[in-house]
Design a protein around this ligand. Sequence first.
Ligand SMILES: [Zn+2]
Ligand SMILES: [Zn+2]
Ligand SMILES: [Zn+2]
Length: 279
Amino acid sequence: MKIKYLGTAAYEGFPGLFCECEACQKANAEGGKNIRLRASMTINEDTLIDFGPDIYMQKLRYNLNLANIRHFIMTHSHSDHFNPFDLMARSEGNYSHFQGENKGSKVNVYGNEKVKEFFDFAVKVEFGGHQDFMNYIEVVPFKTYEVGKLKVTPLLAQHQPDEKSLIYLIEEERRTLLYANDTGIFPEATYEYLQNVKLDVVSLDCTHGARYAGGSGHLGLETCVQTKERLLNMGSACEETTFIITHFSHNGGLCHEDLEKVAIPHGFVVAYDGMEMKI
Ligand SMILES: [Zn+2]
Ligand SMILES: [Zn+2]
Ligand SMILES: [Zn+2]
C-alpha cells in the first residue's frame, strides 16, 4: 500500500487563512514543511481519503491525475474534509473529458449520513438532483467494505456529537493502516474492534500540538502518547508499528521543526504535505 499526505493542517490551514499569529508568521516566513494544506491522503493510484477545499491546489502541486480516483472515502462532513461542490466537476462531458479506461467510468463515494446530506445537496444544486457517475455508499461503522483492492472498515471517532464521524482501518495484503482524524480519544467500541488487529501504521489527529492535551474532539501530543501506549499495551501495535501525527493547527503554536523536537522523543513521525510512505 502506498500512501501520500496531500494536506496535514486543521480547518483554517497552516498558516491560517486570515491569521497573523506568531506561528503563522513563522510558517509564512520559513515556508517548506511549515506550509500545510487541509487534510487529505491518497492510497495507491485510485483511492482518496477526504476531499477538502484544497484539492485543486493539491492536484496541481503533486501533478495528480484525479481522473484515476475511483474511491472517495470521507471521514465526516466538516468543510476542511468534504467539499461536495468540487466533486461535481468529476461529471463527464462539460467539466471533464476522460481518456482510455476512465471514459464512462463511475466512482464510489463512501461516508456517513451527514456527508450524504451535503453530497445530495450539491447534486441538487449542480444537476437538479440527478447524476449517474457517482454511487454513494452510506457506510456502517465496524462493517468491512471491499474498496478496489483494499479492505476498508469505518470505526467510530469521537469528534462531532451530532454525526457519526469516522476513522478508517485500511488493509491491503495483510498490511494495515489506521487513518485517524478527526478524532479525540477513541470510543471504547473502536478499541474493542481493534483488539484483534495488528497495525503497521497509525496516523493520529494531533490538532493541538503540545500546547493542549486534547482528548475531546481532537487529540494533542499528550493524548496521542496515551493512544499509542494503549494500542501497544493491548497488542494492536508493536515496536515495528509506525506512529504518525498530522492535522495540525496553528493554535498548537508549533511549526514543523518545533513539532519534531517534542514528538520524535515519543516515537512519532511528524507528517508534512507531500510525505509518502510504502506500508
Ligand atoms: Zn479537520
Ligand atoms: Zn495563526
Ligand atoms: Zn472535523
